[in-house]
Design a protein around this ligand. Structure first.
Ligand SMILES: [Zn+2]
Length: 250
Protein backbone atom coordinates (compact mmCIF):
# COMPACT_ATOMS: atom_id res chain seq x y z
CA UNK A 1 0.00 0.00 0.00
CA UNK A 2 1.15 3.55 -0.69
CA UNK A 3 -0.05 6.65 1.16
CA UNK A 4 0.56 9.46 -1.32
CA UNK A 5 -0.49 12.27 1.02
CA UNK A 6 0.30 12.60 4.73
CA UNK A 7 1.49 15.33 7.09
CA UNK A 8 3.70 13.38 9.51
CA UNK A 9 5.17 16.64 10.83
CA UNK A 10 1.81 17.34 12.54
CA UNK A 11 2.52 14.40 14.88
CA UNK A 12 4.62 14.41 18.07
CA UNK A 13 5.75 11.49 20.25
CA UNK A 14 4.22 9.24 21.46
CA UNK A 15 1.70 9.47 18.60
CA UNK A 16 4.49 9.87 16.02
CA UNK A 17 6.40 6.85 17.36
CA UNK A 18 3.26 4.71 17.29
CA UNK A 19 2.51 5.79 13.71
CA UNK A 20 6.12 5.20 12.59
CA UNK A 21 5.95 1.61 13.94
CA UNK A 22 3.16 0.94 11.40
CA UNK A 23 5.05 2.37 8.40
CA UNK A 24 6.49 -1.08 7.60
CA UNK A 25 2.96 -2.02 6.43
CA UNK A 26 3.36 0.50 3.61
CA UNK A 27 5.41 0.43 0.44
CA UNK A 28 5.87 4.20 0.50
CA UNK A 29 4.52 7.39 2.09
CA UNK A 30 4.71 10.97 0.80
CA UNK A 31 4.79 13.47 3.66
CA UNK A 32 4.11 17.09 2.72
CA UNK A 33 5.56 20.11 4.52
CA UNK A 34 3.13 22.90 3.75
CA UNK A 35 4.75 26.08 5.06
CA UNK A 36 8.30 27.31 5.78
CA UNK A 37 8.10 26.40 9.49
CA UNK A 38 7.40 22.75 8.53
CA UNK A 39 9.94 22.06 5.77
CA UNK A 40 12.87 21.13 7.98
CA UNK A 41 10.92 18.68 10.16
CA UNK A 42 9.32 17.16 7.05
CA UNK A 43 12.72 16.56 5.43
CA UNK A 44 14.00 15.09 8.70
CA UNK A 45 11.11 12.58 8.69
CA UNK A 46 11.78 11.55 5.08
CA UNK A 47 13.78 8.36 5.62
CA UNK A 48 13.41 4.73 4.54
CA UNK A 49 10.09 4.38 2.72
CA UNK A 50 9.04 7.98 3.55
CA UNK A 51 9.55 10.63 0.86
CA UNK A 52 8.88 14.36 1.10
CA UNK A 53 7.14 17.19 -0.69
CA UNK A 54 7.70 20.84 0.12
CA UNK A 55 5.37 23.68 -0.73
CA UNK A 56 3.20 26.52 0.41
CA UNK A 57 -0.41 25.60 1.21
CA UNK A 58 -3.01 28.02 -0.19
CA UNK A 59 -4.06 28.93 3.36
CA UNK A 60 -0.43 30.07 3.91
CA UNK A 61 -0.14 31.90 0.58
CA UNK A 62 0.03 35.25 2.40
CA UNK A 63 3.57 34.19 3.47
CA UNK A 64 4.84 34.27 -0.12
CA UNK A 65 7.83 36.60 -0.52
CA UNK A 66 11.07 36.57 -2.52
CA UNK A 67 12.82 35.10 0.57
CA UNK A 68 10.25 32.29 0.91
CA UNK A 69 10.49 31.58 -2.82
CA UNK A 70 14.29 31.30 -2.54
CA UNK A 71 14.02 29.04 0.53
CA UNK A 72 11.49 26.77 -1.18
CA UNK A 73 13.64 26.55 -4.30
CA UNK A 74 16.55 25.51 -2.05
CA UNK A 75 14.61 22.89 -0.01
CA UNK A 76 13.06 21.44 -3.17
CA UNK A 77 16.50 20.21 -4.28
CA UNK A 78 16.82 17.90 -1.27
CA UNK A 79 17.26 14.32 -2.59
CA UNK A 80 14.21 13.00 -0.67
CA UNK A 81 11.86 15.58 -2.25
CA UNK A 82 9.62 13.91 -4.85
CA UNK A 83 6.93 16.57 -5.34
CA UNK A 84 6.13 20.27 -4.96
CA UNK A 85 3.09 21.10 -2.87
CA UNK A 86 0.62 21.15 -1.72
CA UNK A 87 -0.47 24.33 -3.45
CA UNK A 88 -3.82 25.24 -5.00
CA UNK A 89 -6.89 27.26 -4.10
CA UNK A 90 -8.78 27.39 -0.80
CA UNK A 91 -11.79 29.72 -0.68
CA UNK A 92 -13.22 27.90 2.32
CA UNK A 93 -10.69 29.07 4.95
CA UNK A 94 -8.94 31.98 3.19
CA UNK A 95 -11.07 33.45 0.37
CA UNK A 96 -9.51 36.88 0.99
CA UNK A 97 -6.04 35.80 -0.21
CA UNK A 98 -7.15 34.59 -3.67
CA UNK A 99 -4.63 36.76 -5.59
CA UNK A 100 -1.74 35.54 -3.39
CA UNK A 101 -2.95 31.95 -3.75
CA UNK A 102 -2.84 32.22 -7.54
CA UNK A 103 0.62 33.77 -7.39
CA UNK A 104 1.89 31.00 -5.07
CA UNK A 105 0.30 28.40 -7.34
CA UNK A 106 2.00 29.83 -10.45
CA UNK A 107 5.36 29.98 -8.68
CA UNK A 108 5.14 26.37 -7.45
CA UNK A 109 3.95 25.11 -10.85
CA UNK A 110 6.98 26.76 -12.49
CA UNK A 111 9.31 25.29 -9.84
CA UNK A 112 7.87 21.79 -10.29
CA UNK A 113 8.31 22.07 -14.05
CA UNK A 114 11.88 23.34 -13.68
CA UNK A 115 12.84 20.47 -11.34
CA UNK A 116 10.86 17.80 -13.23
CA UNK A 117 8.71 17.05 -10.16
CA UNK A 118 4.96 16.44 -9.87
CA UNK A 119 2.77 19.24 -8.52
CA UNK A 120 0.30 18.36 -5.72
CA UNK A 121 -2.91 20.41 -5.75
CA UNK A 122 -5.37 21.16 -2.94
CA UNK A 123 -8.75 22.75 -3.61
CA UNK A 124 -11.61 23.66 -1.32
CA UNK A 125 -14.65 25.95 -1.34
CA UNK A 126 -18.25 25.93 -0.16
CA UNK A 127 -19.77 26.75 -3.54
CA UNK A 128 -17.43 25.02 -6.02
CA UNK A 129 -15.83 28.34 -7.12
CA UNK A 130 -12.29 27.26 -6.20
CA UNK A 131 -12.81 23.98 -8.07
CA UNK A 132 -14.01 25.90 -11.16
CA UNK A 133 -11.06 28.30 -10.95
CA UNK A 134 -8.60 25.42 -10.56
CA UNK A 135 -10.16 23.59 -13.51
CA UNK A 136 -9.68 26.73 -15.62
CA UNK A 137 -6.11 27.10 -14.33
CA UNK A 138 -5.33 23.49 -15.31
CA UNK A 139 -6.70 24.01 -18.81
CA UNK A 140 -4.60 27.13 -19.28
CA UNK A 141 -1.32 26.00 -17.66
CA UNK A 142 -1.43 22.29 -18.53
CA UNK A 143 1.16 21.10 -15.96
CA UNK A 144 3.11 18.01 -17.06
CA UNK A 145 2.62 15.90 -13.91
CA UNK A 146 -0.04 16.85 -11.44
CA UNK A 147 -1.96 15.25 -8.57
CA UNK A 148 -5.47 16.32 -7.54
CA UNK A 149 -5.16 15.54 -3.85
CA UNK A 150 -8.27 14.41 -1.91
CA UNK A 151 -10.29 14.53 -5.13
CA UNK A 152 -13.91 15.38 -4.29
CA UNK A 153 -15.60 14.22 -7.50
CA UNK A 154 -16.22 17.79 -8.74
CA UNK A 155 -17.25 17.30 -12.42
CA UNK A 156 -15.43 20.30 -13.97
CA UNK A 157 -12.25 19.40 -12.10
CA UNK A 158 -12.55 15.77 -13.15
CA UNK A 159 -12.89 16.80 -16.82
CA UNK A 160 -9.98 19.26 -16.62
CA UNK A 161 -7.84 16.71 -14.76
CA UNK A 162 -8.50 14.02 -17.35
CA UNK A 163 -7.55 16.42 -20.16
CA UNK A 164 -4.11 17.07 -18.66
CA UNK A 165 -3.56 13.46 -17.53
CA UNK A 166 -3.72 14.29 -13.83
CA UNK A 167 -3.51 11.71 -11.08
CA UNK A 168 -6.55 11.59 -8.78
CA UNK A 169 -5.81 11.10 -5.07
CA UNK A 170 -8.64 9.25 -3.35
CA UNK A 171 -8.85 9.71 0.41
CA UNK A 172 -11.08 8.97 3.43
CA UNK A 173 -14.19 10.71 2.00
CA UNK A 174 -14.47 7.79 -0.47
CA UNK A 175 -15.69 5.74 2.52
CA UNK A 176 -18.27 8.28 3.76
CA UNK A 177 -21.86 7.12 3.43
CA UNK A 178 -23.12 10.30 1.72
CA UNK A 179 -20.40 10.33 -0.97
CA UNK A 180 -22.04 8.22 -3.68
CA UNK A 181 -21.07 10.80 -6.35
CA UNK A 182 -17.40 10.44 -5.44
CA UNK A 183 -17.65 6.64 -5.58
CA UNK A 184 -19.20 6.94 -9.06
CA UNK A 185 -16.27 9.13 -10.16
CA UNK A 186 -13.79 6.64 -8.63
CA UNK A 187 -15.50 3.85 -10.58
CA UNK A 188 -15.05 5.56 -13.97
CA UNK A 189 -11.57 7.14 -13.59
CA UNK A 190 -8.86 5.49 -15.74
CA UNK A 191 -6.96 2.80 -13.85
CA UNK A 192 -3.56 4.40 -14.48
CA UNK A 193 -4.63 7.74 -12.92
CA UNK A 194 -5.62 6.39 -9.49
CA UNK A 195 -3.75 7.10 -6.26
CA UNK A 196 -4.79 6.51 -2.64
CA UNK A 197 -3.94 8.70 0.34
CA UNK A 198 -4.90 9.56 3.91
CA UNK A 199 -4.10 13.29 4.45
CA UNK A 200 -2.92 12.20 7.95
CA UNK A 201 -3.80 13.48 10.56
CA UNK A 202 -6.93 14.82 8.80
CA UNK A 203 -9.80 13.18 6.86
CA UNK A 204 -9.95 9.80 8.68
CA UNK A 205 -11.84 7.09 6.79
CA UNK A 206 -14.75 5.14 8.26
CA UNK A 207 -14.85 3.79 10.97
CA UNK A 208 -12.29 6.27 12.40
CA UNK A 209 -14.20 9.51 11.74
CA UNK A 210 -13.79 12.03 14.53
CA UNK A 211 -10.34 10.66 15.41
CA UNK A 212 -6.89 11.36 13.99
CA UNK A 213 -5.88 9.66 10.77
CA UNK A 214 -2.78 7.45 10.24
CA UNK A 215 -0.97 6.40 7.03
CA UNK A 216 -1.78 2.71 7.53
CA UNK A 217 -5.52 3.55 7.47
CA UNK A 218 -4.99 3.92 3.70
CA UNK A 219 -5.97 0.23 3.67
CA UNK A 220 -9.59 1.29 4.30
CA UNK A 221 -9.52 3.65 1.29
CA UNK A 222 -7.94 0.96 -0.85
CA UNK A 223 -10.54 -1.63 0.25
CA UNK A 224 -13.35 0.77 -0.66
CA UNK A 225 -11.76 1.59 -4.02
CA UNK A 226 -11.39 -2.14 -4.82
CA UNK A 227 -15.04 -2.73 -3.86
CA UNK A 228 -16.28 0.21 -5.95
CA UNK A 229 -14.31 -0.91 -9.03
CA UNK A 230 -15.15 -4.59 -8.57
CA UNK A 231 -11.56 -5.83 -8.40
CA UNK A 232 -9.78 -7.66 -5.60
CA UNK A 233 -7.66 -5.88 -3.02
CA UNK A 234 -4.30 -7.22 -4.27
CA UNK A 235 -5.02 -5.99 -7.81
CA UNK A 236 -6.07 -2.52 -6.58
CA UNK A 237 -3.00 -2.35 -4.35
CA UNK A 238 -0.62 -3.30 -7.18
CA UNK A 239 -2.30 -0.75 -9.46
CA UNK A 240 -2.08 2.20 -7.04
CA UNK A 241 1.43 1.26 -5.84
CA UNK A 242 2.59 1.19 -9.47
CA UNK A 243 0.90 4.52 -10.29
CA UNK A 244 2.54 6.17 -7.26
CA UNK A 245 5.94 4.80 -8.28
CA UNK A 246 5.59 6.26 -11.78
CA UNK A 247 4.21 9.58 -10.53
CA UNK A 248 6.75 10.22 -7.76
CA UNK A 249 9.68 8.26 -9.16
CA UNK A 250 10.63 6.09 -6.19
ZN1 LIG B 1 -2.65 17.89 2.77
Amino acid sequence: MTDTHAHLDFLEPPELTEVQAHLTELRAVLTLGVDPSRWEKTLHLAKGNVYAAVGLHPTSAHLLSPEVEAALRHQARHPRVRAIGETGLDYHWTPETRPAQLQALDFQAALAEELGLPLVLHVRSRDGKAEEDLAAWLGFHRPKRVVLHAFSGHPALEAAGLKVGAYFGLAGPLTYRKNEALREAARRLPEDRLLVETDTPFLPPEPHRGKRNRPHYVRLVLEKLAEVRGVDFAEMEACTDGNARVCFGW
